[in-house]
Structure formats: structure tokens, C-alpha cells
Design a binder for this molecule. Sequence first.
Ligand SMILES: [Fe+2]
Length: 367
Amino acid sequence: MPQNHAVRIVDASDTFPRNSERWRPIRVSAEVIEAEIERLSRIPAPHNGRRSLFIVHPESKEVSGFAPGVQIAINVLLPGERTEGFRYNASQVELCIRGRGTVHVDNQTTVMDQFDVAAIPSMRRHWHSNDGDTAWVRLSYSNAPLLQRLGALYVEESEAASSAPSDDLFVAATYTSDSAPEIAVSPEGARLRGYEFLTDIPVVENRALFWPWKSVSASLASEPGDGKRNIMLLYNPATERRNGTTHSFFATMSRVPPGLPPRGPRRGHRHSSVAINYHFEGSGWSEVDGEKIEWSAGDLLLSAPGWSEHAHFFNPEGASVLTVQDHPLHIGMESLIWQERIDGPILTLGSQPGQKGYVGPRAVGTT
Ligand SMILES: [Fe+2]
């Protein structure tokens, strides 16, 4: 029987595109995470050194994401262990939640302590080692599910995988974007460019970066009225105007110090970027599309599925939170829509003037 490879024809006359279905918010408790860390610590040492699991949302189908475009792994490395190196075209944000270890990215090595954050760029051979005497545990966020969905995740497992460019690339240097034709077509800005522009992209250096908690913590409010911000972006300059930690994600650290007066009931805000909160100190609750979800230290929360209304509230003990959002990705696609007040305008951030007046210290946890 010949296989039928015919395309499907879908009549779309007299229709508009439909709004996406939203995934539910979901909390993964500290107890569940703790039990899985314990389990990973007890399994025999894997051949590639990776004691690892994915936290998968129940609505995730073909991709193993905690959100549609975000994969979250718990990684454990016992004393004396190391992982095999590999590289892939996904990029990662990593949070050390326990212990201490070393991240190796190409020839760069950096020690991570508790609550330090790392950004590991795409296509860099990287591996991890634990030279300490306690288990090292990391939460790793990657954009792999989106690449899988695009059919474009590329992985090179070889220990010898190299990030260095080949000399061959420099042989035919005649054909570069500097010498390619460029022709104006319309006064509004339409242009023609030679093919070289597509293959000889200007390079913006993107190094593996680290944000030690010691430095981040010193910049965050530690007591009411100390004049420090409650939330700070972990900014990677390679992401330029897209204000990311990687080219896909931003990570923010926020801290509500103990003793702040409780916040009264209020509506939330919403944005097309998805937000995931990991609470590592304190407690509180979130209201997400009308659902109240209580959380405390050690809980991971899909706190804002894309375009869901959300607001966060804190108990008197305060809280510290790492938030990851696929915000830079959306800016790159011109799909970052944002509604700060639920009865206010919907702004397309990055292509029209953004929100003004939210400086500080702005309402914590509204990420
Ligand atoms: Fe938000």
C-alpha cells in the first residue's frame, strides 16, 4: 500500500485565528521535589553522569515541558561525580538550589553556590562537576521544548564536541555581508539584500554568565524602607534590547522583606510570556485566573500560563523568588503583549511605547 503523503486542505474562509488554549497553573511542592532529589541521589551512577529528571506539566503532550516552551530539569550530582560534556542549540538558565559545584562551559569554569544563577549559551560544550562533599542540586530551565516542537533541536553528545569555528569558514571571505548588495526598494524601508546577509550575521558575543546570590542579594531589599528594589533582572548584555538572561528567557530575583504590611485584594496583570516562580524563602499565595494557590519555600509554580491574569501576595515573613519567563523570545517574535491593568490597554512591548511609571520599588512578584 502506498503511503498517503497528501497534504490536508483546511478551509479557513470566513474565520479568524483562534485564541490559544491555556495550560493550567500548577504547583510542584517542595516535598515532591525533595523526594525526587532523594531518589536521584540513590540511583546507581548513570553512565553519562547525569542524575536528571524533567518536571512535566500534565497537559504537555509531545514535548516534555513544564510550560509549552520551557523545560525544567532537576539535576543532582554527588560528591566526586561529573557529567559528560555535550552541546546543543538550546540555551539554559540554571539555579543552584543546594550544595556547590563547578560549571564548565568550553574552557571557562565557574563555581556555583546556593541560589547562584548561571546562563549557558547555545552550542557550547558544557559539563558539571562536584568536587565538594555534599550533593549538588540544580534546577535547569531550557527552551528545548520549543525547539523540539519546531523539529529543530540539535544535540551533539561527543565529549570532543567543539565550539571552535572551522578554518574553512574564513577561506571564501569575499562573500560577506560587507560586500553584498543592498538596494532600497521603498521609502518606507523595504530593501533587497544579498544572500550573504543571511549567512554572515553580525556576532554579538554571548558568554556563559553567572550571578552569585551574594551579589544579587546585596542589591535586593532586605528590610522595609531600605530604598532597595524588590525585583532585579539578571541581565545578559548579549540579549540587548530584549533584556534577557538567555536569548529566550529572562530570570529575575525578587525579595519581599519580612515586616511589610500585607497587600489588599487587587486584580492582577497578564502577558503572553509564561512565568514560572521558584520560591526559595518565605511563603504566600498567587491568584491565577481566579484560582488561589498557596506556596512556600521550595515550591515551584507555573504561576502565569501565557495571558492568564495573575497577582502574588506574601505572608508577613516575606519571600524570595526566582522567576523565569520566555519574554525575550516573545520580543524577538513581536508577540509580547502586556496588559498591566486588566482594564487598561494591551501593549505590544518592543514595537510600541511600553509601560511607564513602574519603577520602584515596583510591586514585587508581578512578573
Ligand atoms: Fe506577571
